[in-house]
Design a binder for this molecule. Structure first.
Ligand code: NAD
Length: 313
């Protein structure tokens, strides 16, 4: 068996197309979608991310603005700005770039993001709502993983799922969303004894640990769906013996591909889909702000409409 590739870029393009149409429709009735991002300091990685995000927003018609704060900003000043944005009726979506400088408390700042404008789904209330099986706005990475799994048409109901990585923003909310879809989820982390015993059982294996090469063929059950959330920058040698930087996931892709039924590549898998889910959440936030959608409802079938059209090679 050779795994079929889950094309995160193609699936994300379908979501972005839907978002662009939703944004145009809202603009047409005088309800613009406006996202304000807050960036503290000027770390090169965050600046690149902010630039790419601005571009992605413009492509789908979302009006994007960036509020830059100096690296010396105090917690009070940051929280105050986030509250001002919450109260500003011309802003329909808010996000805060991470990481913050060490003197700032991330969770406290995220708590100051208006729950219905929180396009990343990182306010502790939004993460917590996933427990109830419904959401105001769910975390983007968890939504992306769900969308990618569902794009394979492999049923989640009753499926054995193992998740490696139990962070608050990736692993845990993903585990809850999948449980909500009827999967039996095992959540592994750094203290898990005998990781392979858990991963080998998985019909669907999701890895979000941030450790390049953590999972190889010895960990994978033949026929499993493998979703690689990890993003790691490693040094490798090119054909000319030169050292080059490369982005890889947590899964040793080449060793797992002959064994799995479906697999996400890195790059080109979860990453683009997470950004697409951010854009979709941005539309959801605008609809909530304008009173066109209700805060509580079922967590959406991520790409339910577009799934029918998706053709994965
Ligand atoms: P984190 O450091 O907050 O959490 C890592 C989790 O993995 C922890 O629960 C830890 O216990 C577990 N872990 C670490 N080493 C392990 C090991 N050897 N065995 C078992 N469990 C282990 O990280 P995070 O923020 O959740 O991110 C994880 C990875 O996912 C990173 O590479 C990050 O860049 C990536 N990420 C990607 C996206 C995306 O859109 N593609 C989004 C979020 C995070």
């Amino acid at each position: 068996m050779t795994a079929r590739i889950i094309d995160g870029k193609a699936l994300a393009a379908q979501v972005r197309q839907q978002v662009a149409s939703d944004v145009a429709q809202l603009r047409g009735v005088g309800r613009p979608v406006r996202l304000t991002a807050v960036l503290v300091g000027k770390s090169p990685a965050a600046c690149v991310y902010a630039r790419n995000q601005a571009l992605a927003c413009r492509e789908v018609g979302v009006e994007y603005s960036l509020r830059e704060l100096p690296v010396t900003v105090t917690q009070d000043e940051l929280d105050r700005l986030l509250r001002e944005l919450a109260a500003d009726r011309s802003v329909t979506g808010i996000m805060l770039h991470l990481p913050l400088p060490e003197h700032l408390h991330t969770q406290q700042a995220q708590y100051a993001i208006d729950v219905i404008k929180d396009v990343e789904g990182v306010n502790p209330s939004n993460i917590g709502h996933v427990v109830y099986g419904y959401s105001i706005i769910a975390p983007c990475t968890a939504l992306a993983v769900l969308a990618l799994v569902e794009s394979t048409a492999v049923s989640l109901r009753g499926a054995e799922v193992t998740l490696v990585g139990a962070s608050r923003i990736a692993g845990k909310p993903t585990a809850l969303l999948l449980t909500e879809r009827g999967a039996t989820v095992t959540l592994c982390h750094i203290h898990t004894r005998d990781l392979a015993a858990h991963t080998q059982r998985a019909e669907i294996l999701i890895v979000a640990a941030g450790k390049a090469g953590l999972i190889d063929r010895r960990h994978v059950r033949p026929g499993a769906v493998v979703i690689d959330v990890g993003i790691n920058r490693i040094d490798t040698t090119d054909a000319n013996g030169k050292t080059v930087r490369k982005t890889v996931g947590d899964v040793d892709f080449d060793s797992v591909v002959p064994l799995a039924s479906w697999i996400t590549p890195v790059p080109g898998g979860v990453g683009p889909m997470t950004l697409a889910m951010l854009l979709r959440n941005t539309v959801r936030a605008a609809r909530l702000v304008y009173g066109l959608e209700q805060p509580f409802g079922k967590i959406p079938g991520p790409v339910s409409e577009s799934r029918r059209e998706l053709r994965i090679p």
